[in-house]
Design a protein around this ligand. Structure first.
Ligand SMILES: NC(=O)c1ccc[n+]([C@@H]2O[C@H](COP(=O)([O-])OP(=O)(O)OC[C@H]3O[C@@H](n4cnc5c(N)ncnc54)[C@H](O)[C@@H]3O)[C@@H](O)[C@H]2O)c1
Length: 358
């Protein structure tokens, strides 16, 4: 849910979701890949009418959710809000279309509910797994390049579900978070921000209360995250954040842009960045952890346990990132082209095993 959301944006998100499902296919696992779809609502999530719009939207799409479309939290909405609105719209669950595929439906639903109840240091597991996957993508790229974690600087746009968790996992791995942007602007400190303090001072929409900032923390304009001196940029807020014009402001220190958000880097910007030696790690791989975790948990590949979820997420993300970067090297393409090629290779395999949607 965001003000200005367009049909073209939702089509792009649906295409990305389809690829994420194919990329996480593992013939040994219980999780059945589900294809891909997406919904979008053009409304400011903080507007007083937002919740009513969500309920009416879910009521309108109810026949799809009852039979073949699963949906869940994303930009502007938390799963708690989606669950409450879904119940009000007369739905059993926002993922009920999957229930007939489960071996033991009640055990599976209990496992998912238990997993949603798990919290780690004040943040729900459902809000952490996605960022765990983003952070692991960064670490895998650093490892391949032989770059140490300690001292590697990171600038993040967005401190909501994805940006917040990514910042936590990266700072705990020893990287230095030097800038963070939210709707109010950018907070920066070249010596490193106190990530846990920022996380603890967020409102329900991921905006940070500035009164907790420390001496030395700077308040800068909203786009300052993009020009921060860092090795890694993590756009984790909105689509289309980096375009052909503003990519010029990306610092020469930056080596990776890691797409925690969906579609944050526009294609023409990516070409120009590649010419400058900046590698863009694509959304379809980097931020796919949350979606996959729902299904790993529901289908029973993992239990309702944070350590198990993080370990499984890390292993899966590292395998995907390594495969993608090796393919990009072998084909002489970008990581995104390599990820799309891997997804395209998988689709006939999936169709062969599960048949085509009819
Ligand atoms: N939540 C998920 O499970 C999930 C999974 C995969 C991908 N994503 C993608 O990640 C991105 C962020 O989603 P989220 O769920 O973390 O959102 P969220 O609503 O939890 O947080 C958004 C954050 O971005 C900030 N923000 C919003 N507009 C901004 C702007 N113009 N400039 C700077 N900061 C801004 C907000 O203040 C907040 O800190 C989206 O592209 C979303 O599609 C989310």
């Amino acid at each position: 849910m965001r003000e200005g959301c367009t049909l073209g944006e939702v089509e792009g998100l649906a295409r990305g979701m389809t690829m994420k499902e194919a990329l996480h296919y593992n013939p040994e696992s219980r999780y059945v890949p589900l294809g891909g779809a997406k919904g979008g609502i053009d409304c400011d999530p903080r507007a007083p009418e937002a919740y009513g719009v969500l309920v009416r939207y879910l009521r309108a799409v109810r026949p799809y959710i009852e039979s073949f479309w699963t949906t869940g939290e994303d930009l502007g909405l938390t799963q708690d809000t989606v669950d409450k609105a879904a119940a009000e719209a007369g739905l059993v669950s926002s993922v009920q279309a999957v229930h007939p595929l489960l071996e033991d439906e009640s055990a599976a639903r209990r496992r998912l509910a238990d997993a949603f109840a798990v919290e780690v240091d004040g943040i729900g597991l459902d809000e952490l797994v996605g960022g765990c996957g983003v952070a692991e993508s960064v670490l895998a790229a650093l490892d391949r390049a032989g770059v140490a974690y300690e001292g590697t600087r990171v600038s993040v746009q967005g401190l909501g579900t994805m940006g917040g968790a990514t910042a936590r996992f990266l700072s705990r791995a020893g990287l230095r978070i030097v800038a963070v942007a939210d709707v109010k602007g950018t907070v920066a400190n070249p010596d490193g921000l106190d990530v846990e303090a920022l996380l603890g001072a967020r409102d329900a929409y991921g905006a940070v209360d500035r009164s907790i900032l420390r001496p030395g923390d700077l308040e800068l304009p909203g786009d300052a995250w993009l020009s921060a001196e860092a090795e890694v940029l993590v756009p984790a807020a909105v689509s289309y954040a980096v375009d052909a014009a503003n990519q010029e402001r990306v610092s020469t220190t930056v080596r990776w842009i890691v797409e925690a958000a969906n579609m944050p880097v526009l294609p023409d910007a990516e070409v120009l960045l590649a010419e400058r030696g900046v590698s863009v790690l694509p959304d379809v791989v980097v931020n796919s952890g949350t979606n996959a975790w729902w299904w790993w948990t529901l289908f029973g590949d993992i239990g309702a346990d944070a350590d198990e979820a993080f370990a499984y997420t890390r292993r899966s993300m590292r395998a995907l990132i390594d495969q993608m970067l090796a393919r990009a090297e072998a084909d002489g393409t970008t990581p995104r082209a390599a990820a799309h090629a891997i997804a395209a290779d998988r689709l006939p395999v999936l169709a062969e095993r599960f048949g085509w949607y009819r």
